[in-house]
Design a protein around this ligand. Structure first.
Ligand code: PLP
Length: 449
């Protein structure tokens, strides 16, 4: 009974990233079924999922081998911990498989349940690394404004989202520089020149704080929740140079970019980044089980492994057998198929080409994207880049129209965000484009553009 379920949901369930008063008054959609790239709700609506859930179900919702692997594992060994000199077979096998699919410098992994915990783990790893090297004063992290690195206190501080920092959760050892958002901040500069300028903010920040105090810079190859900010081509080589010339560790947060989203296995490969640490979560299990972790590069691992003494960090479910079984089954699908290559070579070019047809739409100021990842900036005036309405109400309206028309997409600021499953066909991309076009037309007409 949908009405009763919705009533119970409103009465008892506090939802993440939600206006709790509004939800308690009005409730929401109850999703009860999914197949391939479609989700269904209890009101009988069928929606094309243009966001892969929360950027995690990259292979869609019908990968039964993952479900079966989890069930088998739960029957065999539902749980045992990885503390106190114990391990389990799926965790061992997944660690080996991850070492094989990630860039060559990564041979070790630390497992968590989520991306947030993985980024917290990065802080512990980095601090221990420099402590063992006899540089305990190297404690500071630099991140980017409007970044999202998770919701725990530490990951929320690493992220640079203003509303989360308003809750006064910022850690004193975390500092922020600007994101490489050319459309928003580039002014009269060309993209390439702007990319260099914004990258050099890192250099300036390191000089301001002191190279002997800064430990690491953390960033997503493409900032996802911050608005699918595609970096100018000049950005990452300059960031890499700045970190390489100093004793600063580079952490790539691949929680969204990892496992095929940007066209290669990892965003670091798409952008030629060589991080010493790499965060993953989400698509490692195709969203079927909670699992995250940090890939630890040789430079850091060699120090940790020869340091002696306990690494005082861990989670009850670090390396949970059933979650690792889901990760192994997901990697088996990815390695045993050409899903990533087909998405990169056939589906993504079609997706990006079709999206660019909206460049002529009266409320679309910019189309940007990489692989199966894209954003449309909405404006009232293309020349002045004036927005449709204050507080991003234009994009919120457009998202709500798309959702009502059977397309799940997201809004960040004034941008419409898309990250469809890699297993979409070109015909399904056409359906996405058609539904998005209707939502854009309805938004333009609502705001009188
Ligand atoms: N890092 C990035 C880049 C993310 O996008 C997210 C979640 O969206 C996280 C970390 C946090 O992951 P989780 O929600 O699994 O804690």
């Amino acid at each position: 009974d949908t009405a009763a379920l919705r009533q119970l949901d409103r009465a008892h369930h506090l939802h993440p990233f939600t206006d709790l008063q509004d939800y308690a008054e009005h409730g929401g959609r109850i999703v009860n079924r999914a197949e391939h790239i479609y989700i269904h709700d209890t009101d009988g609506n069928k929606m094309l999922d243009g966001m892969s859930g929360l950027w995690c179900c990259n292979l869609g919702y019908s990968q039964h081998s993952i479900a079966e692997a989890v069930y088998r594992q739960l029957r065999e060994l539902p749980y045992y911990n990885n503390f106190f000199k114990c391990s389990n077979q799926p965790a061992v096998e997944l660690a080996k498989a991850l070492a094989e699919v990630t860039p060559a410098q990564f041979k070790h992994v630390f497992f968590t349940n989520s991306g947030s915990e993985a980024n917290d783990t990065n802080i512990r790893l980095v601090h221990r690394y420099f402590d063992l090297l006899g540089k305990p004063e190297k404690k500071l992290f630099i991140s980017r404004k409007n970044a999202y690195h998770g919701s725990t206190i530490a990951a929320g501080s690493l992220g640079g989202m203003a509303p989360m920092h308003k809750q006064a959760i910022g850690l004193t050892y975390v500092h922020h520089i600007n994101q490489p958002h050319w459309f928003e901040n580039g002014g009269d500069l060309g993209e390439a020149e702007y990319g260099l300028q914004v990258a050099r903010e890192l250099e300036a920040k390191i000089e301001e704080l002191g190279e002997d105090k800064v430990a690491a810079f953390i960033a997503e190859p493409v900032q996802g929740a911050g608005g699918v900010i595609i970096p100018p081509q000049t950005y990452w080589p300059e960031i890499q140079r700045i970190c390489d010339e100093r004793d600063i560790l580079l952490i790539a947060d691949e929680v969204i970019c990892g496992f095929g989203r940007t066209g290669k296995w990892f965003g670091s490969e798409t952008y030629g980044i060589k991080p010493q640490l790499m965060t993953f979560a989400k698509a490692i299990t195709n969203g079927y089980m909670p699992l995250g972790g940090v890939m630890v590069g040789d430079q850091v691992a060699d120090v940790l492994l020869s340091g002696g003494g306990e690494f005082t960090h861990g989670l009850t479910y670090s390396g949970h057998p059933a979650a690792c079984a889901a990760g192994l089954a997901t990697l088996e699908i990815l390695r045993g198929s050409d899903i990533i290559e087909t998405a990169a070579e056939q589906i993504a070019p079609h997706f990006q080409r079709r999206l660019r047809e909206f460049e002529g739409h009266p409320i679309v100021g910019q189309v940007r994207g990489q692989g199966m990842f894209a954003a449309l900036e909405l404006v009232a005036n293309k020349a002045s880049r004036e927005r449709l309405a204050p507080e991003s109400r234009g994009a919120v309206f457009c998202r709500d129209r798309a959702n009502s028309n059977g397309l799940m997409v997201r809004q960040t600021g004034d941008a419409m965000i898309m990250a469809p499953p890699l297993v979409c066909s070109t015909d399904e991309i056409d359906i996405l484009i058609e539904k998005l076009g209707i939502a854009l037309d309805e938004t333009a007409s609502h705001f009188g553009v």
